[in-house]
Design a protein around this ligand. Structure first.
Ligand SMILES: [Zn+2]
Length: 528
């Protein structure tokens, strides 16, 4: 049966690919499409609510709206009169939202006297054809199965074109440095860059399939897309393994390409961009004037400085797979990670909340995807990110299109991110509180994990072990953590593969920071 359903999915994928790869899009078409989406924003939102929720009783929001006593007839006039965000704020106050852990099915949903247990797949958009299930990982999302949909890839391609034009990076050879499947970023970017007529010339992968224990389905799907695309005339690059410590190979490709073609652009995770730039400086390679488009983790001031020290420029991309493209850098902004909020495809509201296990408050981001092709149907999903939101006019291409909401200082309050791999705090808590004390002694409070950034913009994870725990073999403790991570839900294996290779984890024998919680992200440590 699996073979038959796979065959159906693959033939659907073939048909979809053929349609997707038919022709490329132009800048004018992208501007027009985005203008239409901004114009249709309220209509798209109401359509999703009506068809995706009220006519789809499987949707968890069908139940949450019922508990809130809210009918479609209440929402429509509210949106038409006060707008999407005002309606979302009222729904949030009435208990219509999901936290990240509720969305992932890790926490029971309690609203009033009602209790529910949802799974991430309950939120799937029922109107999308299923080609195969990709798994998110590299985009601050920590592993949800998301339907890989070519229509949504096309909608997102319009942004890529605008963004490259905004950064004067169109028309130069493009490279990718993203992992192979199960991480979806590599193959999705390869398809989108082809669609905008700026195909990737090279695709470097920081991991091999065996390092991340890629499943047969993933390995087949990738070959199918790459070789299938060639049948339809699209030459997508094949992934070439370049280990993290070989960043100089990517830097050399950028320097050579720049010399030969006058420019070069690399799309990758923020930490990888930093590694390429460090390698360029250490090896005297000239990549001045080249461009990076980088996402998957916060573009901090230190990381931006490190990249710009080479004379290269960088665009921040803020993407959450389950939500979609959320923001792209503004070239004129002052904050290191300032992005224009892509209001045509996502609505954002904020609410002030206390961070669990920490004595601090944040303005959490709550997202609602708006496009009919959105992979998940969500009303007010708390992503565990927070930051600053403001309205500002700007005359860059994104500003001209009408995107005047900016967000910046975007950080996570409950997830750890390193080399684009995101892992939810609760997965680590079990390792820190149960596995390590069980194996090496001490109490649950003797172990802690901190995300830290060094002076060169590199993120490290420090595994704090209290000196009161006796002598331990530090290498063995790190190996234990990685082994346990592999057992955690997706992207545990992928994360262990990348973190292991990057030597992300360092042991520090100091007393754990008190009152700080078990797993501390970069920003929360700095706030203290
Ligand atoms: Zn701008």
């Amino acid at each position: 049966m699996a073979l038959i359903s796979d065959a159906i999915k693959y033939s659907r994928l073939a048909l979809g690919l053929r349609g997707f790869l038919k022709g490329t899009i132009t800048l004018e078409e992208s501007k027009q499409r985005i203008t239409e989406r901004l114009r249709d924003r309220e209509k798209n939102f109401l359509n999703l609510v009506q068809k995706g929720i009220y006519q789809n009783p499987q949707s968890p929001f069908f139940q949450l709206l019922r508990v809130a006593g809210c009918e479609y007839g209440d929402i429509e006039p509210l949106v038409n009169k006060e707008g999407v965000e005002a309606a979302l704020k009222k729904l949030l106050a009435a208990g219509v939202y999901v936290s990240w852990e509720e969305f992932k099915g890790r926490k029971e949903v309690v609203r009033g006297s009602q209790r529910f247990q949802f799974k991430a797949r309950d939120f799937d958009n029922p109107f999308l054809p299923v080609y195969y299930q990709k798994q998110s990982s590299g985009s601050r999302s920590a592993g949800t199965r998301t339907t890989f949909d070519l229509k949504h890839q096309l909608e997102k391609s319009h942004y890529e074109l605008i963004m490259l034009a905004n950064d004067n990076a169109l028309g130069v050879p493009m490279g990718l440095w993203y992992p192979v499947l199960p991480a979806a970023a590599g193959i999705s970017n390869a398809l989108r860059y082809w669609k905008i007529g700026n195909p990737a010339a090279r695709w470097f992968s920081p991991v091999e399939e065996r390092q991340v224990q890629s499943s047969l389905t993933n390995r087949l799907a990738m070959r199918y897309i790459i070789y299938g695309s060639r049948l339809w005339g699209a030459r997508l690059p094949k992934p070439e393994y370049v280990a993290l410590e070989e960043a100089v190979k990517v830097a050399r490709w950028m320097a050579d390409t720049k010399q030969q073609y006058g420019g070069c652009c690399l799309s990758c995770y923020v930490s990888l961009a930093v590694k390429v730039c460090q390698a360029a400086i250490e090896n005297g390679l000239d990549i001045a004037g080249t461009h990076f488009t980088a996402g998957g983790e916060p573009l901090t001031r230190a990381k931006r400085r490190q990249i710009e020290a080479t004379g290269a420029s960088v665009t921040a991309r803020y993407i959450i797979s389950e939500v979609g493209h959320i923001g792209f850098s503004c070239p004129g902004a002052t904050a290191a990670d300032d992005v224009h909020l892509l209001r045509d495809s996502v609505a954002l509201i904020q609410h002030r909340r206390k961070v669990e296990h920490a004595d601090t408050y944040v303005d959490a981001f709550i997202f609602t995807p708006l496009l009919p092709s959105a992979p998940k149907i969500l009303l007010n999903m708390e992503s565990d990110d927070y930051g600053v939101m403001e309205t500002r006019k700007c005359d860059c291409l994104l500003g001209q299109l009408g995107f005047d909401t900016h967000i910046h200082d975007i950080r996570s309050f409950a997830k750890l991110t390193g080399i684009g791999m995101t892992i939810v705090g609760t997965d680590l808590v079990r390792i820190l509180e149960e596995v390590l004390p069980g194996k090496y002694g001490g109490a649950a409070t003797d172990y802690q994990l901190l995300e830290e950034e060094d002076g060169r913009g590199q993120t490290h994870l420090s595994l704090i072990i209290s000196p009161t725990v006796g002598t331990v073999d530090e290498g063995e403790v790190v190996a234990t953590v990685l082994r346990e991570l592999r057992r955690a839900p997706h992207p545990g294996k992928l994360t262990a593969g990348v973190w292991g290779q990057a030597r992300m984890l360092r042991v520090k024998r100091v007393p754990p920071l008190t009152q700080m919680g078990k797993v501390m992200t970069l920003h929360l440590i700095k706030k203290k």
